[in-house]
Unconditional design. Structure first.
Length: 94
C-alpha cells in the first residue's frame, strides 16, 4: 500500500486504478502502521478528488477511523480539493 500512497500524493490516477483492480477484497482498507491511515484518509486530506473517486469505486470505506479515531471525511484540510473530497465521502452511495 505504500506504493499507492506515494502515487496518491503525486496524483497519479492511472497507475492507482491498475493496482486497485488487482487487489484482493478488503486490501483497499489496509492502514499504515504509524497513524493508521488508509489510502482514502490520505487522498481526502491532500484533496485528490480523482483518487478518492477511484478508491470509493473500488470499495474503500469512508467510515473507518485512523488510530486517532478520525474517519477520512474528518481529515478535511485547507488544501485545494480536500473539502470536495470529504463531502464526496459523506454523500457517496455504493
Amino acid at each position: 500500500m505504500r506504493r499507492v500512497w506515494r502515487l496518491l500524493l503525486g496524483g497519479f490516477v492511472e497507475p492507482i486504478i491498475d493496482i486497485l483492480s488487482a487487489l484482493k477484497p478488503g486490501y483497499i482498507n489496509l492502514c499504515g502502521r504509524t497513524q493508521g491511515s488508509t489510502a482514502l484518509h490520505i487522498a481526502v486530506s491532500y484533496g485528490k478528488l480523482e483518487c478518492v473517486c477511484e478508491l470509493r469505486r473500488h470499495g474503500a470505506d469512508p467510515t473507518l477511523p485512523d488510530f486517532g479515531g478520525l474517519t477520512p471525511p474528518e481529515l478535511e484540510s485547507d488544501l485545494p480539493g480536500s473539502r470536495e473530497c470529504a463531502e464526496l465521502c459523506r454523500k457517496w452511495k455504493p
